[in-house]
Design a protein around this ligand. Structure first.
Ligand code: HEC
Length: 322
């Protein structure tokens, strides 16, 4: 994880150089949550805390078909992974879910050079895209993929959604060519968004640990095929979710070390996935047992982490002006 920290430090410098006013959020003392960087800095503190400790309930119509459920789980995991995207977005830690929180919109999204008002993004900005960057600054409101009328046909019998998402990843966000099964998963996930939506839910260690485990489970299935590139991407998604937990527990000693160890192990499994997919499956199963114990420890220490609104507010108070 050290490497990632160095890298994060590099990105912090890069992003702060981009905009005046972000320096406060990137200061060393502020809570190390990357998403603070793209959360409107003019929000009153209580609203910022709320934005960082809750999220919209996910509205998903789950089909009865098991194979379809698995596809959705794959899409759901990569939707939250910055490493699906490339370039500046991936470096900053932005994923599909940064703009479309739980598949909805994000009224507080502000990214320097990409947004004009909160909740907008220019997806053809040259900052994110070397291919579709059009040199025109024309941010659009980020659509809520559940309630806003769809402009892209989501009929699963057609390929419009696959083509659209492919263009987003490869052209808008400079990502690598996604494995076909991953792209299908994303289309299945976006296609399944809908139905009745509940009110906002608290973000918890348990929920984020669930994201880690879902990505590991999907990676395991890809190793069994074997589809190594897809497995690699799903382990990367698990590592991103692990990184989000690590940010929340950055000031809880003991947990940070455990998470760093788990991340190092996953990095090794990624290497193993290419040469010996069957051994990688066994390694993932053993890894999951260790992570289950970590999850218990995280749940027990949640009050001391930045999942706690009180802890987060105190940390923001120590560093922010509004
Ligand atoms: C930087 C913010 C941002 C990120 C990251 C992002 N989107 Fe979007 N998304 C937008 C905006 C803005 C639009 C509207 C674009 C327009 O109007 O031209 C949009 C449109 C869409 C639509 C079309 C909705 C419709 O009208 O039918 C889909 C589907 C979608 N995004 C899915 C995704 C997926 C999948 C990812 C990840 C691969 C992603 N988005 C990443 C901001 C973002």
């Amino acid at each position: 994880m050290d490497q990632r920290r160095t890298f994060t430090a590099f990105v912090v410098t890069l992003v702060s150089a981009l905009v005046v006013g972000i320096a406060g959020a990137a200061s060393l003392k502020s809570p190390p949550l990357r998403e603070i960087r793209w959360t409107d800095h003019d929000l009153p503190r209580a609203e910022t805390v709320r934005a960082l400790t809750t999220e919209p309930a996910e509205c998903l119509v789950t089909p009865v078909d098991l194979a379809q459920q698995e596809k959705i789980a794959i899409g759901r995991a990569v939707f939250r992974s910055p490493l699906l995207l490339g370039g500046q977005a991936a470096r900053a830690g932005v994923s599909c879910a940064s703009c479309h929180r739980a598949g909805r919109g994000n009224p507080h999204f502000v990214f320097p050079g990409v947004s004009d008002a909160p909740g907008t993004a220019d997806v053809t900005s040259s900052l994110f895209s070397s291919k579709r960057g059009d040199g025109i600054f024309n941010p659009r409101p980020i659509p809520d993929l559940v309630v806003d009328p769809a402009t892209v046909d989501r009929n699963p019998a057609k390929t419009d959604l696959n083509r659209f998402i492919h263009g987003q990843i490869v052209e808008e966000f400079d990502g690598l060519e996604p494995p076909a099964a991953v792209l299908d998963g994303l289309a299945a996930y976006v296609g399944a968004l809908g139905g009745r939506c509940g009110s906002d839910v608290a973000r918890t260690a348990m929920a984020e640990a669930g994201e880690v485990k879902a990505a590991i489970q999907a990676a395991r299935q890809f190793l069994a095929v074997p589809d190594q590139p897809a497995a690699h991407l799903l382990i990367a998604a698990a590592r991103s979710a692990l990184g989000r937990l690590d940010e929340r527990y950055a000031r809880v000693s003991g947990i940070d070390r455990r998470l760093a160890a788990r991340d190092g192990e996953l990095q090794q499994v990624q290497a193993l996935a290419t040469t010996a997919p069957t051994s990688a499956i066994g390694a993932l199963d053993r890894w999951k047992r260790r992570f289950d114990k970590d999850t218990e420890a995280m749940v027990a220490a949640q009050d001391r982490s930045f999942y706690s609104a009180r802890m987060l507010e105190a940390a923001l108070l120590a560093t922010h002006s509004p």
